[in-house]
Write a protein that binds this ligand. Structure first.
Ligand SMILES: Cc1cc2nc3c(=O)[nH]c(=O)nc-3n(C[C@H](O)[C@H](O)[C@H](O)COP(=O)(O)OP(=O)(O)OC[C@H]3O[C@@H](n4cnc5c(N)ncnc54)[C@H](O)[C@@H]3O)c2cc1C
Length: 509
């Protein structure tokens, strides 16, 4: 039995939701992964009379495709989709059986209207928590459009492909044999990359908003909900709805919920926002802000949105170390997400730059997978909590270097080492390794506001206690502001605060 009792009980309930018969075409060999895969598909078939299994020849061994009876849907899993990908398998079964994917109707139409043949392949690791979003987006696209196919490939089971293609970050997507994307991509972003995004003319006729929110993380979502609940016209523009929470695995400090995971939290957030008739513009990036009679925000596609008030909640992103080699070897040995990319460095030597909580957590996490971890901290001491440091120093395969400055990440076509200087002696050293995880904090996403609102030395938007910025009618909330602490509950609270501030401004002006 490959599934435990608890999972089987949950699965049983999902399988009851299947609408029509599904045929699993299976291609197996005599290796252990094939045996596990066969055990899994047979177990699925034993649990539902709607699932049948048939041996077939497929491009990869082991793999299986999930099909309607009499019609190939193009959804294939190469390797055993357990771990984080198990949900992708369950959703594929339901959607191929006829249950509609939870996608807005306008997006469904965009997918159905795509012309041409698109064969996607996504390399994942089963411990990557962001990979399922990409797999599920592409599976849903395959289910909706017969000209689109998608294969999930477990990098652990197809190491030769990972090595041949030099894949050092997951999820990595190939389209028609060519590199397409690396990291999280939403359906809207995939559509935009395929040239199927709404253009400026489609957004040009939007009436002005009372409150326009830029950013769809916790702060933006909270601001939009608070504004919309006042009964005023509210819009939200988000490059990537969910923000940093999408990259978060476990959340244990969202008060009143003992444990949740980032993607679950985001789907609840989105459901809540949608409940209020808020105009949601996803996969759209704001690039310029100007205060005229109304506040105008220009998007990257050229559209200009107008609003009486604005709430900026564009959050933050990983800070780059900015040394030679970092940009060149991004996804070729330079990584930012240890949960996602750690498994690709199994048995290799890596460095973690940064001795704060996130750096030390990353080092502890990686030490369980890789051969050796070197931690490089610029300051004379690590800054992480004592409990994390104690755990780190108890590990046999970790070296900690403090008071060192990273000078260069070296390599030819991928990372082969790191060069650093000892800040006390000035001596320069080089370590040979295959991966560098940069964990030196975050930088606010406020570059697009250059000259438009007042920001502090590190680029954070300066706000007062009502969330107001230096520009009347423009408010800000969350990690993009000069609030000293950056957390989900704080971002939610500051979004609410800014929305109430904006409402107050509207009734006085
Ligand atoms: C790995 C990780 C783990 C974490 N774990 C926790 C935890 O366990 N508990 C906790 O409380 N906090 C945690 N945090 C911090 C928490 O995620 C943040 O404090 C919170 O997400 C901030 O919310 P925000 O809405 O201000 O910004 P973000 O979440 O950064 O959202 C910003 C939004 O703005 C959009 N955006 C950016 N620029 C533009 C633009 N120009 N135009 C349009 N849209 C734009 C983004 O796409 C996104 O939708 C974690 C953070 C990380 C990175």
């Amino acid at each position: 039995m490959i599934l435990d009792q608890e999972i089987k009980a949950q699965l049983d309930q999902y399988l009851q939701l299947m609408e029509n018969d599904v045929l699993l075409k299976v291609c197996v060999g005599s290796d252990d992964v094939s045996k596990d895969m066969l055990a899994l598909v047979n177990e699925l078939a034993s649990m539902s009379p709607k699932i049948t299994v048939e041996e077939a020849s497929l491009p990869r061994t082991p793999s299986f495709s999930v099909n309607r009876v009499g019609e190939d849907t193009g959804v294939t899993f190469a390797g055993v989709p357990l771990g984080h990908e198990f949900t992708s398998l369950v959703l594929a079964l339901l959607q191929v059986s006829g249950r509609a994917p939870k996608i807005e109707e306008s997006v469904v139409q965009q997918i159905r209207n795509i012309d041409g043949e698109y064969h996607f392949e996504t390399y994942v690791s089963l411990s990557c928590n962001i990979c399922p979003d990409v797999v599920q987006a592409l599976n849903a696209m395959s289910v909706l459009n017969p000209r689109i196919t998608h294969t999930m490939i477990d990098g652990g089971a197809f190491r030769n492909e990972i090595e041949d293609k030099d894949i050092m970050a997951v999820p990595t997507v190939y389209l028609n044999g060519e590199f397409f994307s690396s990291g999280r991509v939403t359906i809207e972003e995939i559509l935009a990359k395929l040239g199927s995004a709404p253009d400026a003319s489609q957004l040009a006729d939007r009436d002005p908003y009372d409150v326009l929110v830029i950013g769809g993380g916790p702060a933006g979502a909270s601001a939009a909900i608070y504004a919309a609940r006042k009964g005023i016209r509210t819009g939200i523009v988000a490059e990537r709805f969910g923000g940093q929470v999408l990259d978060t695995l476990g959340i244990e400090n969202f008060i009143s919920v003992k444990y949740t995971e980032g993607p679950t939290f985001v789907s609840h957030l989105e459901e809540h926002v949608k409940h209020y008739g808020i105009d949601i513009l996803k996969a759209q990036r704001a690039k310029r802000l100007e205060k005229k009679d109304l506040i105008e925000v220009e998007l990257e596609n050229g559209a200009v949105l107008k609003s009486k008030t604005l709430i900026i909640s564009t959050g933050a992103r990983w800070r780059n170390i900015g040394v030679p080699g970092e940009a060149e070897f991004k996804n070729k040995g330079v990584a930012y997400c240890p949960h996602c990319d750690g498994p690709l460095y199994q048995g290799k030597d890596v460095a973690v730059i940064g001795g704060g909580n996130s750096g030390i957590e990353a080092a502890i996490d990686l030490a369980g997978i890789v051969r050796h971890v070197t931690v490089l901290e610029f300051m004379p001491e690590l800054k992480a909590d004592a409990v994390l440091q104690k755990r780190l120093y108890s590990l046999p395969n970790v070296t900690v270097l403090t008071n060192v400055e990273t000078k260069e990440i070296t390599g030819t076509d991928k990372v082969d080492g790191i060069t650093y200087a000892d800040r006390a002696t000035g001596e320069v050293h080089h370590i040979e390794l295959q991966g560098v995880f940069v964990q030196i904090g975050l930088v606010p996403n406020t570059d697009w506001l250059e000259g438009a609102v007042e920001r502090n030395r590190v680029g954070e938007i300066i706000v007062d206690k009502r969330g107001a910025t230096s520009v009347p009618g423009v408010f800000a909330a969350g990690d993009c502001t000069d609030s000293p602490y950056k957390q989900i509950v704080i971002a939610l609270g500051s979004g609410a605060n800014a929305a109430l501030g904006a409402f107050d401004y509207l009734i006085r002006n």
